[in-house]
Design a protein around this ligand. Structure first.
Ligand SMILES: [Cu+2]
Length: 480
């Protein structure tokens, strides 16, 4: 017999779950689909076209959306490491867009940040030379001031960096069968089913939280999985929502990769936290043929400690899994080891740099959107001003402090190790290579600068709550 928790989570009743997102009550049994796979490992070239689209979510009205090559979101790009790939990004929209390769270790001039905005009607042709370990990365528009809105309406997609060796590693690699790409986003719809996003005071301050869960742009879908080991590449593509993920029957999730790629061996976790911009790859066992759901705690993360209506508590279903014995179960055992390498970095002599992610709580900010005060070390983002420079191939120790609420801190073009969180050993999900870390108090990072970024094409560091980023919680640095 199901216990109460299982009954609530497995769809028997949602009425008693007093948690957002609420629209999960409208759950259907539609099959989850996956973004089209754009495999550029052989051709070593791909094209993206930023375009306007129309999408019908959850049987509601058709709503205006944005996408790369499609109506909402973009294809999953598979890129070979150790190779050069010719990209082309065309902008068919009436506003500038970009394609930032979040998690690719590429130089500043091809990073796709605010300095590589593509004007309407124009194309951008960067060459992406990859020499990093296999990883799940993603891409999204990153034009300063419109990032939150453009990502909200769909300008994002997933990147798989591969070396073609996953079969040797014993890892699931059949796209959409046992290797599942899952883009987690929360959104809001009006009564007619149109996606709404009006970044009012509350959203501007705390970041947008929607009441409807989307996976790969779908509401209420169920993922069919084989009766074996399934790999989930979890991408938090939400503007601001932090997920605390677990499985409804408490079976473990085996963490195999963080932002920067594989760990040295799987770590069995009962749950993991995934903040905006972060990725995690987990293996889930369905060998017993029993269904379960990916669920999340409801986390409010409000600057006003819940006074503004953001309530934490409860759980909601992110994605139900249904075992389908007709699907090929290729992998039936967990790998004992992986080949991810996390070197012990000698940072004793590394320069120390401090960052404070600041939110002004003055009345000015409360009154108007124009007076929002987001900054890092009291300096709001200025596209014309370089904040600092670092030496190529150097290592620095960064201490990042968050103001008032939790902030996911992302650095372009680098990878880092989390040395400590509030003086403690980092959480298990932060023990691999990272490019984004949720700062809840203070985090200490060892940052390695392996690629060049000139003064005219610098790297960004910013809060990945997109409303905070657009509001100025961002800076830029060069590497030379
Ligand atoms: Cu923030």
């Amino acid at each position: 017999m199901l216990n109460r928790r299982q009954a609530l989570l497995c769809g028997a009743s949602f009425g008693a779950v007093a948690a957002l997102p609420v629209q999960l009550a409208a759950q259907t049994r539609e099959h989850l689909t996956y973004p089209p796979l754009l495999d550029a490992t052989r051709s070593q070239r791909f094209r993206l076209r930023a375009q306007a689209g129309k999408t019908r979510f959850n049987g509601g009205a058709t709503t205006d959306t944005l996408g790369y090559n499609q109506d909402y979101l973009g294809p999953t790009l598979r890129l070979m490491t150790g190779a050069d790939t010719q990209a082309e990004v065309e902008n068919q929209l009436r506003a500038p867009v970009s394609a930032h390769w979040h998690g690719l270790l590429v130089p500043g001039d091809v990073d796709g940040g605010p300095h590589q905005a593509i004007a309407p009607g124009q194309s951008w042709r960067p060459v992406l030379s990859l020499d990093q370990p296999p990883a799940t990365a993603w891409y999204h528009s990153h034009v300063h001031g419109t990032t939150a809105e453009q990502v909200m309406f769909g300008l994002a997609g997933v990147l798989h960096v591969t070396d073609g060796q996953d079969d040797r590693r014993g890892l699931p690699s059949a796209y959409g069968i046992d290797d599942l790409t899952l883009v987690l986003q929360d959104r809001q719809f009006n009564r007619r089913g149109r996606m709404t996003y009006n970044s009012g005071m509350h959203d501007a301050m705390n970041g947008f939280l929607g009441d409807t869960m989307l996976v790969n742009g779908q509401v209420g879908a169920t993922a069919a999985v084989p009766k074996g080991i399934v790999r989930c590449r979890l991408v938090n593509g939400s503007n601001a929502r932090i997920y605390r993920l677990s499985l409804s029957d408490n079976r473990p999730m085996h963490l195999i990769a963080t932002d920067g790629g594989y760990l040295d061996r799987p770590i069995a976790l009962s749950g993991l936290t995934l903040a905006p911009g972060e990725r995690a790859e987990v293996l889930i066992e369905f060998l017993d043929g029993i269904d379960c759901s990916l669920v999340s705690d409801n986390i409010a993360n409000s600057a006003m400690g819940g006074m503004m209506g953001g309530r934490s508590g409860g759980q909601f279903v992110v994605l139900p899994f249904a075992v389908d014995t007709t699907l090929p179960a290729r992998i039936s055992g967990l790998p004992e080891s992986l080949d991810g390498v996390l070197p012990i970095l000698d940072f004793a002599d590394a320069p120390l740099r401090r960052f404070s992610l600041d939110m002004s709580m003055g009345m000015g900010m409360m009154m108007t959107r124009a007076n929002r005060q987001f900054s890092i070390n009291d300096v709001a983002f200025d596209e014309t001003a370089l904040n600092f420079s670092v030496a190529l191939n150097s290592l620095e120790r960064w201490v990042v402090q968050g103001d008032l609420m939790m902030h996911p801190f992302h650095v372009h073009g680098v990878r880092f190790q989390v040395l400590s969180e509030n003086g403690q050993q980092p959480r298990p999900e932060n023990r691999g290579w990272k490019d984004t870390v949720l700062v809840n108090g203070q985090s200490e990072l060892a940052v390695r600068f392996e690629k060049q970024a000139s003064r005219s094409a610098p790297y960004m560091y910013h809060c990945h709550i997109l409303e905070h980023e657009d509001g100025g919680m961002m800076g830029q640095f060069s590497v030379s």
